[in-house]
Structures are given as structure tokens and as C-alpha cells.
Design a binder for this molecule. Sequence first.
Ligand SMILES: CC(C)(COP(=O)(O)OP(=O)(O)OC[C@H]1O[C@@H](n2cnc3c(N)ncnc32)[C@H](O)[C@@H]1OP(=O)(O)O)[C@@H](O)C(=O)NCCC(=O)NCCS
Length: 323
Amino acid sequence: MRFIAAEGVILEDILDATYPIWSEGLTREAYGTWNAAQLKTAWGRNHLRRFALVDDRGRWVAAAKRYLWPMRLDGADGIMCGVGAVFTRPEERGRGYGRAIVDRLVEHARGEGATVAGLFSEIGEPYYERLGFTTVPLDEVDVEVQRKGGAPAMLVRSGDARDLPALAALHAVRAQGVRFALRRDTSLIDYGLSKKRLLAGLGRGAGPRAERQTEFFVAEEGASAVAYVILTVTAGGWTLEEAGDRDPSAARLGAILQVLLAREPSRPAPLIRTWWPPAMPVPPQVRLTNRIPARDIFMLRPIEDVRIPTRAEDVFYWRSDYF
Ligand SMILES: CC(C)(COP(=O)(O)OP(=O)(O)OC[C@H]1O[C@@H](n2cnc3c(N)ncnc32)[C@H](O)[C@@H]1OP(=O)(O)O)[C@@H](O)C(=O)NCCC(=O)NCCS
């Protein structure tokens, strides 16, 4: 079996095969465009790649995406080999190719400095436990915002590219002291935002499953962002993808949410779901309810001699960085 970067005809064939599972409601053409566009972002170009296992006849049998996520684990900067979209051709299943492609990705990433591998399982825990992965708990909660009679007197504006360094700085402060967190620099945040905006734009008109909007708002002091939110808005409600506040009370983040809800004062508040990192302060205007383990199962496997975090409190991870 050869292990190759999937490109050209092989990549198109893999996209045909994986489209029914991972289309997110997009048309086949838009699904291809969404994948290609991610690779054209500054971060995607250097950190994201799709690989395949190819048999002696030159036919691919299994494929997966590989991300190199900058992270910090127990005070040491490193890289997490992110594994996504693991797929074996239906007629080739049960022959160990799924395991083989994950192992090859991990070995390859070891050579690029990865000390841990991570994934989000859509097929439960047992399959990946057998491949050496352990579940890392993440909390999923509803965000209930206390609504005022009108919007708080605070300027909230659309976020843009010039705000990203401030977002990165807010993250660095909040994630400090937690055992495991991504190191989210400007280009990584930009990648996450672009990926969501592309998905929303490419899904327009493709049907109800693909209807979504990305919203990015900041509160500023002087000229720089001191609090922000990034949301995905669908008919089913809002997903708070990530947020930040320079102030440890997080009161400005709470006020941003109040301002956004005050845009439609007569409508019932939407359901707001998020993964709220336990180290992130909860704004005084907000109550977190219906806490459950995240439905997307996050799992890690050591590559080098590292300890995998076992409690939600040990992890600072936003829904934004789901892959
Ligand atoms: C999951 C998948 C990649 C496994 O590929 P594979 O090449 O058959 O995997 P392997 O040969 O390494 O392992 C086969 C074993 O995994 C088990 N397995 C396969 N799919 C499973 C699932 N969804 N849940 C639990 N176990 C599963 C098989 O029962 C088999 O068990 P056995 O060894 O006791 O007979 C393949 O089924 C697939 O492409 N599924 C569709 C895409 C998908 O859902 N990917 C996972 C995204 S997180």
C-alpha cells in the first residue's frame, strides 16, 4: 500500500465518495469548491492536507484529512495531528484500511513534530478506542441571556480582519493555565472564519439544510476589540462558535449578546448552543443551562510521551475549531 497526498483525479473521486456523508447540504460542485477554497487560505495551505492509501493497482482504498494544529499541552508548545473524514471505500471495509490510514497519518505527523493526535468521532468511541484514542470531555451548554428592555448603551460593530490580532491576544490570556488548548494565532482564526463564511455563502439557495449565516461582532475600546463573538445562525438557533472578553467579568461579552438579541425585540430568544470552556468566565447577564457532554466526541491519542487530559476543566476548546 502506498500512502500519498490525494490530488487531481483521486481527490475528485474521494470527494464523490464522501459527499453523501459530509456535504453539509451543499451541492456536489459547491462541496468541491468549499474543500478547495480551504486549501487556498494562508493557514489551510500549510496545515491541511488530504491523504489516501493506494493499492498495487493504483486505486485508492481509504482516505482522510490531516491538520497540523498548533497547541499547548501541559505547558509545552507542540502540534496536534488532527484526523478528519476517515473513509474506506465501502467494498474494502473490514480489511484494516481505516486503522492503517490513521496509523500512517500519525506516523507522518510525528515526523512533522506532532506530539498528540486528535479527532472528532461521528461513530462513537469504540472504533477509535481500539486505535489508541481516549475521549476528552467537552461541555455542551445552552446560553440563556437575560434580555433587557432594549439594548445596553454600548457600541457593537462588525468585526473584520484588523481585529484578529486582538482576538488572538484575548485567547492567549484566557487559555493560559489550562492543560490543553490550541494556539490560535491570527491566521488560524482567519481560517476558521473563512471556512464558516465559505460554507454559508456556498450553501445559499441550496436548501434548508445549507441555510446558515456567520456573524462576527466586536465591542471596542479606543480602536481595538476588547470583546467579541462569532456565531453561526440557522433556522434551528445560534451556535456560539467562539467568544472573548478582555475583562475577567466578561460583562462586555454579555452585553454584546444582549445587543444582538435586541435587534429583534418582539421575537422569542433563539436557542443558543455552545461548548463553553470551563476556564472562560461566564458573563453576569448569562446563565449556562442544560449542560451535557458534547455530542461530538473529542478524542486524543499520544504520539510522544504526553498525558492526555481527562476533565473538561483541563481543556480550552471552542466549537469554532471543530474539524
Ligand atoms: C469507519 C470506517 C472508516 C472504518 O473503515 P474500515 O477500513 O472498515 O476499518 P477497519 O478495517 O480498520 O476496522 C474494521 C472494524 O471496525 C468496525 N467498524 C466499522 N465501522 C464502525 C462504526 N461505525 N462503529 C464502530 N465500529 C465500526 C467494524 O465492525 C470492524 O470490526 P471488526 O474488526 O471487529 O470486524 C468505514 O466504515 C467508513 O468509511 N465509514 C463511513 C465514513 C465514516 O463514518 N467515517 C468515520 C468518521 S468519524
